[in-house]
Ligand binder design. Sequence first.
Ligand SMILES: NC(=O)C1=CN([C@@H]2O[C@H](COP(=O)(O)OP(=O)(O)OC[C@H]3O[C@@H](n4cnc5c(N)ncnc54)[C@H](OP(=O)(O)O)[C@@H]3O)[C@@H](O)[C@H]2O)C=CC1
Ligand SMILES: CC(=O)C(=O)O
Ligand SMILES: [Mg+2]
Length: 591
Amino acid sequence: MESTLKEMRVGASVLDMDPKSTVGGGVEDVYGEDRATEDLLVTPWTISVASGYTLLRDPQHNKGLAFTEKERDAHYLRGLLPPAIISQQLQEKKLLKTIRQYQLPLQKYTAMMELEERNERLFYKLLIDNVEELLPVVYTPTVGEACQKYGSIFKRPQGLYISLKEKGKVLDVLKNWPRKSIQVIVVTDGERILGLGDLGCQGMGIPVGKLALYTALGGIRPSACLPVTIDVGTNNEELLNDEFYIGLKQRRATGQVYYELLHEFMTAVKQNYGEKVLIQFEDFANHNAFELLAKYGTTHLVFNDDIQGTASVVLAGLLSALKLLGGNIADHTFLFLGAGEAGTGIAELIALEMSRQTKVPLEETRKMIWLMDSKGLIVSSRKDSLQHFKKPWAHEHEPVKGLLDAVQAVKPTVLIGTSGVGRTFTKEVIEAMVFYNEKPIILALSNPTSHSECTAEEAYSWTKGKAIFASGSPFAPVEYEGQVFYPGQSNNTYIFPGLGLGLVMSGAIRVHDDMLLAAAEALSGQVTEEHFSKGLIYPPLCNIRKISAHIAALVATKAYELGLATRLPRPANLVKLAESCMYSPTYRNYR
Ligand SMILES: NC(=O)C1=CN([C@@H]2O[C@H](COP(=O)(O)OP(=O)(O)OC[C@H]3O[C@@H](n4cnc5c(N)ncnc54)[C@H](OP(=O)(O)O)[C@@H]3O)[C@@H](O)[C@H]2O)C=CC1
Ligand SMILES: CC(=O)C(=O)O
Ligand SMILES: [Mg+2]
């Protein structure tokens, strides 16, 4: 139990005291201990030192066979372990070998999750040291399959489930979580999991995976991370008919019922963890995502990863590509397939950057950007029937249905896939891109791999090696006519860990667009000549902690400039601060 005296002091105000209580609550009596009466129950939190069998079963402190002779004596471990002492390094080597032996990605995923539950430090050591190899296991594409099969691979719960059954009790549910000092929450309602649609309660794999990356890539302590799934039902018939489904078996609640539960959650989070806890909205459907962001963006430290994190990573890639191609961002014309969260989020940040660079008003720079949805090109004649987030993109043009026709009409220099539909960048579409451009920029952002708008091989072979290509899920390097091409991964995973670290370490209280621009500049600044020579527009993920530190520093700098930082005075060297803040997974010695 991680509870400390300090945590017990955090508390509710005297104003919400129980009328029957005869004792006044202390100023920060969140757990109601000061004001408890015979009718008012409290939780008996305790502090204890783990030893013996309990220590071996405690994932935060377990070191497996790495416990020294002295530790085995001091902590009652004699006989509970075989005699060999195996260092963390050797344990890591053995595990990597085991994981590599598994044929199926889902087996590797399960092995990693079991390791996390058994030995947290070893899990993070393995992930950090082998990030390029293991990211596709704990994150896209495998996490998508894991969510689809969550019911059958489910053994022990991870994260916090807040369902409609908990309405009216959300604060109590938060208090059940064993860790008290939370800095980052990733929350989903499971309605738009990657490009896989509504997976209901099984979407939990996403907050769990994203938070593992907050720790591995951004250095946020695992104990400070809280994955949350809000379960308001699912409209996925297959899950509703599945006897093993782990979520609420009802159709999704909408309207007032939905918003009341979300509001209760947002209020309880602030009440329990304060103003500086970061909340990342993840994989909500767009009919809720924009509204939630607009509503809570002014009252909470919150951002939507699919709208804003994705925008920042794509802008970073474009800024890098400009260094390769020359010219300015305003020289480009953009066409998006997909006008939802990712598409319109990216489009808006590009338009903002163009406006900043050229001093041309935002309404004008938006005109360089075209979006398509499932009904075709977004044009002014459709304006009345468009969802509000599409309206700014309804430019004057005759209606266009298909993507190839749109490419021919708009002649984009940059084609971006954010539709969630695989194989929509056909040979004809890609050939049209290279017909109009010496070096077309093609980003197939939809996840997981099976939903990517095209493969890396298709992008390079259909453009005869001319494309600057990146994708949301990773592709291996491609050999085309004797030359090797390295596709980059354009995924918000480059941004949110560093963004989160910057916000947390500066004690920021709100997320601002300038921070997303700063994160994009920081990421783009990490791309070197060597990377460019391979055709990469993103730096390799093996340097991600260094990259995250730079992102964090620029984000924190913005927080200070905007007066949104509360950690005062401003530390002199923010890169150093970011590096020194990061969680290290090496084993500690026990007294
Ligand atoms: N690489 C990354 O970092 C990220 C990738 N993504 C990926 O992007 C994809 C979309 O996510 P998100 O924007 O949140 O989803 P949304 O549901 O908000 O948007 C999807 C958009 O695609 C459109 N669309 C659907 N089918 C077609 C089609 N056949 N042709 C043209 N347009 C189509 C939809 O049209 P309509 O509005 O008419 O329904 C909608 O505008 C997902 O696969 C997700 O995994 C998301 C975030 C980050
Ligand atoms: C990467 C991501 O956030 C998504 O595909 O939804
Ligand atoms: Mg997402």
